[in-house]
Write a protein that binds this ligand. Structure first.
Ligand code: NAP
Length: 312
């Protein structure tokens, strides 16, 4: 019998109780599940975690915990926690990935086809300007991890002209791929539509600033469902005001909820979505959590372990 501490809040517990118990039963794992901080933290074997209000911040007393299993894909709030000595696994959930693919494909098509022009057409203008084919539209993806790769597969099926950028070299890719600081200009300068799917780490903060935004083709559109800290908001607003960028679709922000007074809310070239691009789905993500517990109990390596030094 193992002990799990569900440190992800009451609201999440209401959604996860059924799927988690079902996944444990299917995996034939007997577990006691605690939903409140235990009197004796040393009895806990695994912590299931989400950064909700009042979330656990001191992991030191959980000396026997074998892994902290995040329900979130982004772990920027956990990775810098110096009390965290246990292995940390982030969420790679097929349901979340599917949601992200749908969000990105939808918003890329909106920009590619110029859909807004026909939805908002108060003068009933009859301007017959057919959009180019997807194969004639260059789309750049910043971050070719789990989500970036899934998005790339879906956009390739629609024939978009794709390029990508990441931290490490990926020699076997069948698409233009650039990496590191030296490769950023090459990616940006060919991205009429730019999708950012980067994590929030010390190295990604402010990557899209006045200098790098200027590498984008004139009139490019930006779609950011990764993390808000990647963007310098002041530089983005200046580029939109000057027409250098035609539109920004933003799902994530430096501060969330986005303050009501933030210029993004009012700006005619900005679409704000309230961090809804892709949610973790209790049914599929419970299976991921339980599979990791099963693997660890069987002496196998944990999946999706975070490199705490790199921050993702
Ligand atoms: P992932 O598999 O860890 O992929 C991260 C990608 O970012 C990798 O390709 C990595 O490069 C690249 N990267 C990291 N640091 C970099 C740097 N300094 N320079 C260049 N590239 C860098 O993560 P994921 O599962 O795809 O998720 C990406 C992010 O999406 C998450 O961290 C989270 O913040 C965000 N997200 C948002 C939502 C939402 O609803 N808006 C939902 C889920 C996730 P390498 O391949 O070279 O390692």
């Amino acid at each position: 019998m193992i002990t799990l501490f569900f440190a992800a809040g009451d609201d999440n517990w209401n959604q996860y109780e059924g799927p988690l118990i079902l996944a444990l039963e299917k995996a034939k794992i007997s577990a006691t599940i605690l939903t409140k901080s235990p009197a004796n933290p040393e009895t806990v074997d695994y912590i299931i975690y989400a950064p909700v209000a009042g979330a656990l911040t001191d992991f030191a007393p959980y000396r026997n915990v074998r892994a902290v299993l995040s329900l979130w894909a982004g772990v920027e709030k956990l990775a810098p926690n110096k009390t965290l000595r246990q292995p940390l696994c982030r969420m790679v959930d097929p349901g979340l990935t599917e949601g992200m693919v749908e969000y990105v494909v939808g918003h890329v098509l909106r920009q590619h086809l110029g859909i807004d022009r026909y939805i908002i057409n108060p003068n009933h203008d009859w301007v017959q300007k057919c959009p180019p084919l997807a194969r004639e539209r260059s789309v750049g993806i910043m971050g070719l991890g789990t989500l970036g790769t899934a998005v790339t597969t879906a956009l390739r099926a629609l024939n978009f002209n794709l390029s990508a950028w990441g931290r490490s070299p990926k020699p076997d890719l069948e698409m233009p791929y650039f990496h590191g600081a030296d490769g950023l200009e090459a990616l940006l300068s060919r991205s009429e539509i730019l999708v950012t799917l980067l994590p929030d780490t010390p190295d990604t903060r402010g990557l899209l600033n006045a200098q790098t935004i200027a590498y984008l083709p004139y009139g490019a559109a930006l779609i950011n469902p990764g993390r808000g800290t990647v963007i310098d908001d002041v530089a983005l607003l200046a580029a939109l005001d000057q027409g250098a960028l035609s539109h920004a679709t933003l799902d994530v922000f430096h501060q969330e909820p986005l303050p009501k007074t933030h210029r993004f809310w009012q700006h005619p070239k900005v679409t704000v979505t309230p961090h809804i691009a892709a949610d973790t789905r209790p049914l599929t993500s419970s299976r991921v959590v339980v599979e990791n517990i099963r693997r660890d109990q069987a002496g196998l390596a944990l999946l999706h372990q975070v490199d705490l030094a790199r921050g993702y």
